[in-house]
Design a protein around this ligand. Structure first.
Ligand SMILES: CC(C)(COP(=O)(O)OP(=O)(O)OC[C@H]1O[C@@H](n2cnc3c(N)ncnc32)[C@H](O)[C@@H]1OP(=O)(O)O)[C@@H](O)C(=O)NCCC(=O)NCCS
Length: 203
């Protein structure tokens, strides 16, 4: 099942980054990276054509309180986001009944790709969710064309779980891979449903 989650003022510090809740004054930084063609598209959403679009989404982030702003310490700029989202198909994925999980999603400004920043952020959030909030598992997905996101998940220990057709927020469908990471400190034994899309083997 989906565990309840709110950032609730939490900040997480890594070597190069601070993860914290979004605030209204992040608008210019957010628009700067979200308006670049080819960033959001890799995560299934159209880049922002106007700052009003960024304001609208920023207000959702602030209201829902489940997406961390990723701040680069070096320049104190918001350079991306990391969401602790609900995983989908909760009713169908009966193997998760009785276990607590969430789904991770993320985007990084194109100016900062290739420096290992997102794996650094994701690993810190995994540590928080597993070791402080006691979650049992996490999922994380990527469209199969998005090798760079697949690599982030691999580097953070996620394993292929299901092969699925996934809808984008642009009204298209893409073949994707859903990955899973089980909290190594927990005694988790899933009885998997829907073998037709299942990849995961080691249980
Ligand atoms: C996916 C993403 C978050 C990766 O973040 P990152 O901090 O650059 O991650 P890494 O530095 O670990 O690089 C990951 C892979 O990207 C590729 N990569 C590296 N530099 C790159 C560059 N300048 N341009 C494109 N890809 C690059 C490499 O394959 C790298 O894997 P490697 O470490 O095995 O070489 C970032 O590319 C991004 O925001 N993409 C657009 C949004 C998105 O895809 N979100 C995820 C949706 S599922």
């Amino acid at each position: 099942m989906n565990a309840p989650f709110r950032i609730n003022g939490k900040t997480i510090e890594t070597k190069r980054l601070i993860l914290r809740p979004f605030k209204p004054s992040d608008l210019d930084d957010f628009y700067e990276y979200a308006s670049v063609d080819g960033v959001g598209e890799m995560a299934g959403w159209h880049h922002h054509e106007t700052i009003d679009k960024s304001r609208e989404i920023l207000n959702v982030f602030i209201g829902e309180d489940k997406v961390f702003a990723i701040v680069l310490k070096e320049n104190n700029k918001v350079i991306g986001s990391l969401g602790v989202e609900k995983y989908g198909m909760e009713e169908a994925l009966t193997e998760f009944d009785g276990y607590k999980g969430r789904e991770i999603g993320y985007v990084l400004s194109k100016d900062y790709w290739g420096q290992g920043l997102m794996p650094e952020a994701v690993k810190a959030v995994i540590d928080y969710l597993f070791n402080e909030l006691d979650l049992d598992f996490l999922t994380c997905g990527f469209y199969n064309f998005n090798h760079q996101s697949g690599r982030v998940q691999e580097k953070c220990g996620f394993k292929p779980y299901r092969s699925l057709e996934m809808e984008t927020r642009m009204g298209t469908k893409e073949q994707g891979t859903l990955n899973i990471l089980i909290n190594p400190a927990k005694d988790v034994h899933f009885e998997f449903s829907h073998p037709e899309t299942l990849i995961y083997k080691d249980n």
